[in-house]
Design a protein around this ligand. Sequence first.
Ligand SMILES: Cc1cc2nc3c(=O)[nH]c(=O)nc-3n(C[C@H](O)[C@H](O)[C@H](O)COP(=O)(O)O)c2cc1C
Length: 149
Amino acid sequence: MIEIFEIDGLPGFNQDDEKNPPEKVTELKAKIRAADAILIVTPEYNYSVPGVLKNAIDWASRPSGDSAWNGKAVAVMGASVGVIGTARAQYHLRQVFVFLDMDAVNQPEVMINASKSFDDQGNLTDQQTKDLIGKLLANLVKKAGKRKA
Ligand SMILES: Cc1cc2nc3c(=O)[nH]c(=O)nc-3n(C[C@H](O)[C@H](O)[C@H](O)COP(=O)(O)O)c2cc1C
């Protein structure tokens, strides 16, 4: 089962509050800890990770020694109107995963050119992209299973 956590409404990270975080941060950390694996789905902003996503990652990584991300299996995919479909944002995210000691799925890379892959109602129509997403999820499940064993 995939459970969606919406990151809207999280306040900007403030280190003065990291030991007494807002309720939504406590909820986010609990959901991450309870999850077998994490799937991050993102657009690309100004050639990088959207600030709101980085903010959520930062909150859940603190305080020092109490990161919820430690060792988590993670996969990333994204869609943008640009031809390289969030590639730059995804590689910046992967750099963050290294410091957080997350266990990232390397392949396949799912970088969706949103101008070509969806119909007017926003449904994904491109079969190749659907197949890639299926493979990514299967590899994430495999990784999560190995980590539990
Ligand atoms: C602040 C901002 C910066 C953006 N920078 C990029 C970018 O660097 N590369 C890219 O492919 N798309 C960029 N976009 C587009 C987004 O990735 C995404 O495709 C778009 O916000 C979707 O909006 P729509 O639902 O109105 O099409 C940016 C959007 C915003 C709001």
